[in-house]
Design a protein around this ligand. Structure first.
Ligand code: KIV
Ligand code: ZN
Length: 562
């Protein structure tokens, strides 16, 4: 690989911060969030959003609770211009929502941007210019001083047009594009100059947005750059320090989080990380990372799948199945050891909620392998455990318990897991809860009726307390029918005695039964572990009658042994 062609970040930009404090800080509240899906994300789509899609995305962002939304680049396309005009004519915009529009530092485009926002009550105009050396030299062909002059001229025009507007004051944002490769002293010269020019105050703060337009370094470097700016920006209480990480190195999330530790108060990004190349930082992951640390993200993700559907529709890009918090598989365990731990964790969670006297959705969460409760984002527990050849008894037992109310005894779990393993190894496929139930029924319940020995016209009486008599007709493999009877201290032992009369010796080693649902109408299931003519075998029976379920379980074991 020709790695020698690339230079480390330290050779590309000065990093003056020495004694950093961000590593010792914590994030204790959510930053201001600004979704840029309708501008930066939209600019990166093969098919940019049409008006209907823009509206759907906008309505989603409002419903989720965002208070500032960058809605477009109105001087760049008629669709964006028309969309801003459409918003200006809507009378249902939330009173606390700020609409942000994006413009380059060019007189005609600034003019057009202001035309688009006419009539909008709360607006922020976002001015940007690339400032990094390569962009200055290769793209813009301007020296630092010349570029700064151009930015100031644009900022003055923005201020003039804003002053001329009736209504509440327009707010301003400046982005030195490719901040992360720009000389820190130049960023400070430009940003501090604009803070003064726009006469920013704590009541009308300016936003200085410092983008990692193309990620070039480990996140600690970006954090150092942000902390340096945090310390050196003038009129600091009149500045909102914003970050805008992209994800070229796959560390956009880390960059944003460390930048917040380093003093950033606002984060721009896109839902599920849409955006140019590898995308903008994902606001959903950032917000839910906070949630998972006990910090309210102030954005509603309680129906994440609906959010995903809308975003996929608008962007026409699917969200990956492994995408944090939202992917189809992110709350799913296939591995046997993980499933065991989750099953125990869920049972513990239910018990703990009961002990605390709070609903399960309010109880502290400590289920292994699940960083958050899937229910917080509107997921059910159905997908949490899925069974394939990597799975074990815990997961299988969990699905049968959740879906069918079965409480398999531990040793039966072990035996059935092997049955499942043979099936999944053979097919190479996953098994759903329904398929597991069919396999369990075919293996343990059906042999009662399908096997060589069947039972007809049976009944059990209890002539004296603790003394049971079984009578019935057994049909044997040779087709003969034989009336049998037996006595025992319970119905099952009475049946085994009756079976003994036709030469089937049954020694019950373990017997359990339970109802499959609460309430008197519930079906009962019985499990029996026995030696049939010396062969160890399990049987199971199901019926609305507890007695019938247990008789069927014994007969199933007898037939499975033959
Ligand atoms: O990535 C970027 O630098 C941007 C800005 C111009 C804000 O999108
Ligand atoms: Zn960007």
């Amino acid at each position: 690989m020709p790695s020698h062609r690339y230079r480390p970040v330290h050779e590309r930009v000065e990093l003056p911060l020495t004694s950093r404090t961000w590593p010792d800080r914590r994030i204790e509240r959510a930053p201001l969030w600004v979704p840029v899906d309708l501008r930066d994300g939209n600019q990166a789509l093969a098919e940019p959003m049409d008006t209907a899609r823009k509206r759907r995305m906008f309505d989603l962002l409002v419903a989720m609770g965002f208070k500032e939304i960058e809605v477009g680049y109105p001087s760049a396309s008629q669709t964006d211009f028309d969309f801003v005009r459409h918003l200006a004519t809507r009378d249902d915009l939330p009173g606390d929502l700020t609409i942000s529009v994006f413009t380059p530092a060019r007189a005609d485009l600034i003019e057009r941007t202001f035309e688009s926002i006419e009539g909008l009550p709360r607006v922020l105009v976002h001015l940007y210019t690339a400032t990094a050396p390569t962009w200055r030299e290769v793209v813009l062909g301007r020296e630092r001083t010349e570029l700064y002059g151009m930015i100031r001229t644009a900022a003055e025009q923005v201020a003039r047009l804003a002053d001329a507007r009736p209504g509440p004051p327009v707010r301003f944002e400046f982005s030195p594009e490719v901040f992360n490769l720009t000389e820190p002293d130049f960023v400070l010269e430009v940003c501090n100059g604009l803070t003064a020019l726009w006469d920013a105050s704590p009541d009308r703060p300016v936003v200085h947005n410092l983008p990692a337009t193309v990620e070039v370094a480990t996140p600690n470097v970006y954090a150092d750059q942000i902390e340096y700016m945090d310390r050196h920006l003038t009129r600091r209480d009149a500045v909102i320090l914003s970050v805008h990480p992209h994800n070229d190195r796959g560390t956009g999330i880390a960059c944003a989080e460390l930048a917040v530790l380093a003093g950033a108060q606002r984060v721009e990004g896109c839902l599920f990380g849409n955006g140019e190349r590898t995308g903008n930082v994902d606001l959903a992951t950032l917000a839910l990372n906070l949630h998972a640390q006990g910090v309210d993200p102030m954005i509603d993700f309680s129906d994440i799948d609906e959010i995903r559907r809308t975003v996929e529709h608008c962007n026409r890009i699917p969200v990956h199945i492994r995408h944090p918090y939202v992917g189809d598989l992110v709350y799913t365990a296939f591995s046997g050891t993980h499933q065991d731990a989750i099953k125990k964790g869920m049972a513990h969670h239910t018990a703990q909620a009961a002990e605390l006297g709070v609903p399960e959705g309010e109880a502290p969460w400590a289920v292994p392998y699940l960083p958050i409760d899937p229910a917080d984002v509107g997921r059910t527990y159905e997908a949490v455990i899925r069974v394939n050849s990597q799975s074990g008894k815990g997961g299988i037992a969990y699905l049968l318990q959740v879906g069918y109310g079965l409480e398999l005894p531990r040793r039966l779990q072990q035996e059935f897991a092997q049955v499942v393993q043979r099936a999944t190894d053979g097919s190479g496929q996953e098994m759903t809860g329904k398929e597991l139930w069919s396999l369990f029924s075919a293996t343990y319940l059906a042999p009662c009726d399908d096997g060589p020995i069947t039972l007809a016209d049976w009944y059990v009486t209890e002539p004296r307390p603790g003394e049971h008599e079984f009578e019935g007709v057994l049909r044997t493999p040779d087709g003969a029918e034989k009336k049998v009877s037996g006595q025992g201290n319970g119905p099952v032992s009475a049946l085994t005695r009756a079976l003994g009369t036709i030469g089937v010796e049954v020694d019950i080693r373990n017997f359990t039964q339970h109802a499959t649902t609460p309430g008197p109408q519930s079906a009962a299931v019985a499990y029996v572990d026995c030696l049939v003519n010396g062969t160890p075998v399990w049987g199971a029976g199901q019926d609305t009658s507890v007695l019938t379920a247990s008789i069927r379980a014994v007969l199933s074991a007898v037939n499975r042994a033959s």
